[in-house]
Ligand binder design. Structure first.
Ligand SMILES: CC(C)(COP(=O)(O)OP(=O)(O)OC[C@H]1O[C@@H](n2cnc3c(N)ncnc32)[C@H](O)[C@@H]1OP(=O)(O)O)[C@@H](O)C(=O)NCCC(=O)NCCS
Length: 179
């Protein structure tokens, strides 16, 4: 299998040149997304803390972003690493590149971010990508806050246990913008 060179960058330190590449890949990967649902289209997405970038030679081929956030699950406060913007360049799909970036991120979330869980939301169609990397579905919706308003996002919610702790169960509240 072709190994990517995977880099972790604090999001606020990404150079303008790299930012341009990240935006271009994001745009290409999500170009076909259909946001007819006005509820979904009005969502503001949170700013990430880290970018995880997978390069093949000099080319950025796969990426995701990470958000460190203290959320609530039922009555409990829990730190999570939120995974968002998972994208592989259309020319490089189904070569295991998103999986490589996810697995490298797992190590980073555990050892550097030191959080007990990863958390992401995804469409039912892309669920297999994450299930293959040991992510588990725990809910069909979550709460987030936008402009001081609590809103519900109906979506598949998946978690990755990084410390062996079981997911507590209960309503998930991101206490801020989603990712
Ligand atoms: C989803 C996406 C990131 C997958 O990237 P990728 O590099 O092709 O993924 P991988 O090669 O690591 O896939 C690993 C496994 O996940 C599954 N998988 C991959 N893409 C899939 C898809 N689009 N739908 C369903 N399962 C998929 C397959 O089982 C695959 O293994 P296989 O190729 O041996 O069958 C890529 O298709 C993409 O950028 N899509 C557009 C943006 C998007 O929807 N991102 C996800 C947001 S939640």
């Amino acid at each position: 299998m072709t190994q990517l060179r995977i880099e972790f960058h604090p999001a606020h330190q990404v150079s303008a040149e790299l930012e341009h590449k990240i935006e271009a890949l994001d745009h290409l990967a999500f170009a076909g997304e259909n946001h007819d649902d006005p509820e979904f289209a009005s969502i503001e997405w949170g700013s990430p803390d880290w970018m995880v970038l997978g390069f093949l030679g000099g080319e950025l081929v796969s990426q995701l972003c990470l958000h460190k956030r203290e959320i609530t699950v039922g009555p409990q406060r829990i730190w999570v690493a939120g995974v968002g913007g998972v994208a592989t360049h259309p020319n490089w799909l189904r070569r295991g590149f998103a999986s490589q970036v996810l697995r490298a991120s797992e190590v980073f979330m555990r050892n550097e971010l030191k959080v007990p869980f990863g958390l992401l939301v995804c469409a039912d169609e892309t669920q297999p990508v994450y299930a293959r990397c040991a992510w588990q579905t725990v809910a069909k919706s979550l709460i987030f806050t936008q402009n001081d308003q609590h809103r519900t996002l109906e979506t598949r919610v998946m978690i990755l246990s990084l410390s062996g702790e079981p997911w507590p169960g209960g309503e998930i509240n991101l206490r801020g913008l989603p990712w």
